[in-house]
Design a protein around this ligand. Structure first.
Ligand code: SF4
Length: 128
């Protein structure tokens, strides 16, 4: 399927973490992802979950902290404005901004414009 847009992950370097800060929310993470991240951080799985994770119903989410932009994911570095675990970030972060309501296959002209505002990694291939 061909899309009218693409995504350029290199823009994350200069975006300042729009998807990691702001209003409070959930950053869901599964067991496999947590194992990978604890390995990456070189700490035990138990230590990792006790330090960075909370239970939300039957799921797990990263903790949040206060930042200059409101709330931030516990792994967002406020000084560098970057994710400290970018290489092993969970799928929810990788999929941003193509979340509910913005699924790639359902994006029309209106939502594409909204996405473009939301995330500079989204590249429109079409002129409006
Ligand atoms: S894990 Fe990284 S990319 Fe995901 S919300 Fe936290 S800081 Fe942002």
């Amino acid at each position: 399927m061909a899309f009218d847009f693409s995504f350029d992950g290199s823009e994350c370097v200069t975006c300042g973490g729009k998807c990691c800060t702001g209003e409070s929310g959930y950053i869901f993470v599964n067991i496999d992802e947590m194992l990978k991240i604890s390995d990456f951080l070189n700490i035990s799985f138990d230590k990792f979950t006790q330090t960075y994770v909370k239970k939300v119903g039957y799921r797990f989410s990263f903790l949040e902290k206060k930042s200059t932009d409101g709330n931030a994911c516990v792994f967002f570095d406020d000084e560098t404005k970057k994710c400290l675990i970018y290489e092993v970030r969970p799928k929810q972060c990788i999929d941003f901004p193509f979340w509910e309501g913005y699924k790639r296959e359902n994006i029309d002209e209106k939502t594409l414009k909204e996405l473009y505002e939301l995330c500079k990694g989204v590249k429109c291939l079409k002129k409006f």
